[in-house]
Design a protein around this ligand. Structure first.
Ligand SMILES: Cc1c2[nH]c(c1CCC(=O)O)Cc1[nH]c(c(CCC(=O)O)c1C)Cc1[nH]c(c(CCC(=O)O)c1C)Cc1[nH]c(c(C)c1CCC(=O)O)C2
Length: 338
């Protein structure tokens, strides 16, 4: 799997066509996912190796994508150290007692590999099923995780988080260092068990200015990415076009680009870095000729970078028709033969 198209592309070795996979390729858009998840909470299913193997494999079987993303969630390590956190359907992660004062930090003990032994077991199980398809491990980046911890749940403005980072910078850096340790350990566990690529998700970092990202977040995301040495590292954010260069410099081999920035312009901002993206997930609900034209544009613009991993700019929306995703994969797969 070290020679897979995905791994080679992440390393900057160009091939005839980009590899393709989708963030949230496993999930509510798939009827087979909704069926196996019935009656089981999100976090319970993440802690059951049989469920993780089945759900991770579903989009691989259906679409023949060039990478499988490990079925888990960014909050799984927090749950694994005993924090009272749940994922509420239609809402997202909810933390019973948010972290806002120095004493609250005591509830964030370091993650030990044994806390996530279910992940080791699930990755090993997957290796037997995946054949040549590489497995992408992942973790949440310190800012996105800290936002859930400080806000107590999803937040539009991240106001408590921003207020805390500026008013109590020592507390903030202590919090981010602890979360970074957990994410680093979670990634290392997945790589040790056999993941071929990792992705660090900083989905909400786009809420920050470049200056605040650089001062309050970058050192901690750098710690996480630098702790993984053996496999390519993808660093992903949404709305982060203004500091893609910082995200690349954190120790990423690949940076994720959302739909707001064309890949050729992104390539100018991070010379020498492989790009991933960047089809707008909402456009998967448009007519096929629209989607086809977007694919062509993105693949053409992606040639400006030393490598391009085709993906969406963010995750698959639950309302997406799986047949459309199948058609996107098929279209990309025919590119090499033209
Ligand atoms: C911010 C974030 C979370 N989780 C994640 C992120 C970063 C990626 C992103 O920005 O989308 C990461 C994540 N979560 C999940 C995956 C699975 C792998 C894949 O991409 O296929 C990944 C990569 C499963 C999941 N994680 C979640 C689901 C849906 C829950 C369900 O099916 O019941 C899945 C498939 C739940 C979740 N977990 C989280 C949210 C916001 C939600 C949605 C809540 C809702 O709208 O119901 C936190």
């Amino acid at each position: 799997m070290k020679n897979s198209l995905l791994v080679r592309t992440c390393r900057g070795i160009r091939s005839g066509r980009p590899p393709v996979w989708f963030m949230r390729q496993a999930g509510r858009s798939l009827p087979e996912y909704r069926q196996v998840r019935e009656g089981m909470s999100m976090l319970e299913s993440c802690q059951r190796p049989d469920m993780v193997v089945e759900i991770t494999m579903q989009p691989v079987r259906r679409y023949g994508v060039d990478g499988a993303i490990f079925f888990s969630d960014i909050v799984v390590p927090l749950k694994a150290i005993g924090l009272d956190i749940e994922i509420e359907p239609g809402v997202g992660p909810v933390v019973a007692e948010p972290i806002r004062r120095p004493a609250d930090l005591e509830r964030l003990r370091p993650l030990e590999p044994d806390d996530v032994s279910f992940a080791t077991e699930a990755v090993r199980g997957l290796l037997g099923e995946l054949g040549e398809t590489p497995l992408i491990g992942f973790a949440g980046a310190p800012f996105t995780l800290a936002s859930y911890l400080v806000e107590g749940g999803p937040s539009r403005h991240h106001e408590r988080t921003k207020a805390l980072m500026h008013s109590q910078p020592d507390l903030w850096h202590d919090l981010l260092a602890r979360v970074a340790q957990m994410s680093a350990t979670y990634l290392q566990v997945q790589v040790a068990a056999g993941a071929s690529v990792v992705q660090l998700f900083d989905s909400w970092a786009g809420a920050l200015s470049r200056a605040d990202y650089e001062r309050f977040v970058l050192p901690h995301s750098t710690t996480v990415l630098q702790s993984v040495r053996d496999v390519p590292r993808i660093h992903f954010g949404v709305g982060t076009s203004e500091f893609l260069d910082l995200m690349a410099g954190a120790g990423a081999d690949v940076v994720g680009v959302d739909w707001r920035l064309a890949l050729d312009e992104a390539a100018r901002r991070v010379p020498g870095t492989v790009l991933q993206g960047n089809l707008d997930p909402a456009l998967l609900l448009a007519d096929w000729p629209v989607i086809e034209a977007e694919i062509e544009r993105i693949v053409t613009e992606g040639r400006a970078a030393p490598g391009h991993v085709f993906n969406l700019g963010h995750g698959v929306l639950p309302s997406t028709d799986p047949d459309v995703l199948a058609a996107v994969v098929e279209h990309i797969h025919t590119l090499s033969t033209r």
